[in-house]
Design a protein around this ligand. Structure first.
Ligand code: NZQ
Ligand code: ZN
Length: 385
């Protein structure tokens, strides 16, 4: 087991109707609220009015920034920061999925400083303060509701950057599974893939504490058991709750206890696909993970087999990879670049992008040659069937 430090200050409020504590909770942090949300789903399905009602009942003054896109961009963060500063807001309420909450984390740094928030993400400057952030999650996937990470794209520099800073832990996060029943089929499956990928990134990190291996495998097993049931019954709140809790547990720090770090190479590879092709995050991971495992086949066979044994009761690397592929396919997430209409002539561009941003894992490093192999596997994954 590796030495580790565990810290997680986020207060989680989980369950149906839990939102009725939102107003009083936010009020602790001040009276002027910046409400941040996405492109419209929260208005369409009524979550926006529930949240506003709660905030108004607590006599809070609301300012808004909307339009955060999936795979969020730094321009929105910058614009929202200006609105927050102009109106002297005390606290941010982020209503949405990972893209909205991640943006809100960086906005919380921007509002508390006079610097360009991108300079924090690229480690040019170190933030000293943030303003309090309260989240209302509408999509189970990223774990951002209970971690200190944010991922934002900058097309002018050609980067999708993941940034972690304890200042960005949400103060409180409200998880009402009934707020996720309207997540469409595709994003529901991407969310399941994402939580599995977070568990796998931890599993393939440095350090193999037995109890955490077991917990991590159990989180994935829960998703493998209940994910397909949810895909056939999207409005089932109990199934939504199970997947929502799986997703939080997969990336709130727990699966990294006893480890030096997770690996995160697959996420790095996936982020570049999102940057180049606007591929949804989870979809990028169901394509990259099987390819990455194929690359690692002869390097870490025991570890892969331990996973296969725990998840699927299989005893070879190939069976493990094929079972995982079959699961991703079963829930409708793509497993090859061909499936998301990325033509083979993009091969060189993807490899170049990986090389340029030196994409690698924290535990399993990736060479330029590895990048080439992975890209070829990603074009070929489909042919495993
Ligand atoms: O924009 P709106 O209209 O709100 O629609 C969103 C969006 O189109 C929609 N949606 C969200 N909740 C809904 C809903 N539609 C109907 N009903 C609801 N209840 O879903 C679409 C996707 O939303 P998005 O927030 O982009 O999805 P997700 O939660 O998967 O977030 C993905 C982002 O998080 C980053 C990813 O890289 C990506 O940018 N990640 C953040 C991490 C973290 N902070 O720890 C870790 C992850 O590995 C990941 O990298
Ligand atoms: Zn992820």
């Amino acid at each position: 087991m590796e030495n580790f430090t565990a810290y997680n200050p986020t207060r989680l409020h989980f369950g149906e109707s839990i939102i009725n504590k939102l107003g009083t909770t936010v009020k602790q942090y001040g009276n002027r609220v910046l409400l941040v949300y996405g492109k419209g789903s929260v208005k369409k399905y009524g979550y926006y009015s529930s949240v506003v009602e709660e905030l108004e009942a607590a006599v809070l003054e609301i300012f808004e920034y909307s339009g955060i896109k999936p795979n969020p961009i730094i321009e929105d963060v910058e614009k929202a920061t200006i609105i927050g500063k102009q109106n002297n807001v005390d606290v941010i309420v982020a209503l949405g999925g990972g893209s909205v909450i991640d943006s809100a984390k960086i906005i919380s740094l921007g509002i508390a400083s006079n610097e360009n928030p991108w300079d924090f993400m690229t480690w040019k400057l170190t933030p000293q303060k943030s303003i309090p952030l309260v989240t209302v999650l509408t999509l189970a996937a990223t774990g951002t509701e209970m971690n200190a990470a944010a991922v934002v794209q900058n097309h002018s520099t050609g980067q999708k950057v993941g940034y972690v800073n304890p200042l960005m832990f949400p103060k409180d996060s409200f998880l009402d599974p009934s707020f996720t029943v309207t997540v469409p089929k595709n994003y529901t499956s991407y969310g399941i893939v994402d939580l599995i990928a977070h568990s796998l990134e931890a599993f393939f990190g440095q350090g193999e504490p037995s109890v955490i291996d077991q917990i991590t495998i159990d989180i994935i097993k829960d998703a493998i058991q209940f994910g397909p049931l949810l895909m056939d019954d999207l409005t089932n709140v109990e199934l939504r709750a199970k997947i929502m809790l799986d997703a939080t547990l997969a990336l709130n720090g727990l699966t990294s206890y006893g480890k030096k770090s997770g690996d995160w190479g697959v996420h790095g590879l996936g982020h570049e696909l999102s940057l180049l092709f606007d591929t949804p995050h989870g979809a990028s991971l169901s394509i990259v993970y099987p390819a990455w495992l194929k690359l690692q086949k002869n390097r870490i066979p025991k570890r892969i087999i331990k996973l296969g044994q725990g998840l699927f009761d299989v005893y070879t690397v190939d069976d493990t990879i094929n079972q995982l592929l079959a699961f991703f396919k079963k829930i409708g997430s793509p497993v090859s670049l061909n499936e998301i209409d990325i033509p083979y002539d993009s091969r060189a561009r993807i490899i170049e992008q990986y090389k340029k941003n030196q994409i690698s894992g924290m535990h399993h490093s990736l060479s330029n040659n590895d990048h080439e192999k992975i890209v070829d596997f990603m074009f070929l994954n489909k042919q495993l069937f």
